[in-house]
Design a protein around this ligand. Structure first.
Ligand code: ZN
Length: 310
């Protein structure tokens, strides 16, 4: 079989759903599937589904005349990528699950295990909006703020699997309480949830971040104030990120990035005001949408193959 027929099996496991694909070595997707995670069934059942789905994808590849050559899986929570273990996850319930070994044994293929946000950042840096940038900070802003620092196509894990987590930079000491327990983290001020919550607190009306963005654009004073607070805190966090990482490109993803120029224009200005000798990074919207994590899992699988052939 020619090399053109080779594919990797890729899964991005989330709290509610799994995005799955067969991906060619050049990063193009030849087949996608979605499955429910049903995390309430417990971690053992979820692991069973992951392995069944992965095996099914490999079978689908063979049935289509392709050759599955490796498997990559991205999961949320704390992931030990070196050992291939899903150490801990709040929403899926993993506790020290050796997923890489389990998948490798079930499929009879080399396997890789990665962290969902780092995998998404990897894909944006290599295939998406940060392509050819070299040094990329990927920031996904939704319910929380998750981030990954990618250098030359490799996502830094840190010593404990938490590198690049700029959502927990302290930007407003004594400010709103963060999910991590501390007051004033970036995530507690600038995540989409935090923006909606802050506006609702002040107005008494339940509101989403997208609605706040829209009302701010229409000039409503309260929305303008809340939006500006969030943008300024985000600029503070990104300025700290830039001092630490000196990236050429910041890729913003997640729901908040869909505010487009309503976010990017004031954020660029606020970031520029805060930088002194540091170079201003390019601020761009993520290009791969919710496929990023799955494509990242595929890249991890391909990287494993490249390492093995060395
Ligand atoms: Zn925090």
């Amino acid at each position: 079989m020619s090399a053109g027929d080779e594919v990797v099996v890729a899964l991005d496991v989330g709290g509610t759903g799994m995005k799955c694909a067969l991906v060619r070595p050049d990063g193009t997707t030849v087949h996608t599937e979605r499955h429910a995670t049903d995390a309430q069934r417990g971690p053992e059942a979820v692991v069973g589904t992951i392995l069944d789905v992965a095996e099914g994808l490999a079978g689908k590849a063979r049935a289509d005349g392709r050759s599955p050559v490796a498997c990559g899986i991205a999961v949320p929570g704390v992931v030990d990528e070196a050992r291939g273990v899903a150490v801990w996850s709040a929403n899926v319930g993993f506790r020290d699950v050796p997923l890489r070994e389990l998948a490798g044994t079930r499929l009879g293929l080399p396997a890789a295990l990665g962290h969902d946000v780092r995998a998404g950042g990897l894909a944006e840096a290599r295939l998406g909006a940060g392509r050819d940038a070299g040094h990329v900070l990927f920031v996904a802003i939704g319910t929380g703020i998750a981030a990954a620092h990618v250098v030359d196509g490799s996502a830094a894990t840190g010593a404990h699997g938490a590198a690049g987590e700029i959502g927990h930079i302290l930007v407003r000491p004594g400010g709103p309480r963060c999910g991590c327990g501390r007051a004033g983290c970036l995530e507690a001020v600038s995540s989409a949830s935090a923006i909606g919550r802050r506006y609702a607190e002040l107005s008494g009306v339940p509101t989403t971040a997208a609605q706040v963005a829209g009302r701010a654009a229409g000039g409503e004073p309260l929305a303008v104030e809340v939006w500006q607070e969030a943008v300024e805190a985000l600029a503070d966090g990104l300025a700290t990120g830039q001092a630490l990482y000196d990236v050429s490109t910041v890729v913003l993803g997640g729901g908040l990035a869909q505010a487009g120029p309503r976010l990017f224009d004031p954020l660029r200005r606020a970031l520029r005001e805060r930088l002194t000798f540091h170079r201003e990074p390019r601020l761009v919207a993520a290009g791969l949408g919710d496929e990023a994590g799955c494509l990242g899992a595929a890249l991890l699988a391909l990287d494993t193959l490249a390492k093995e052939s060395r």
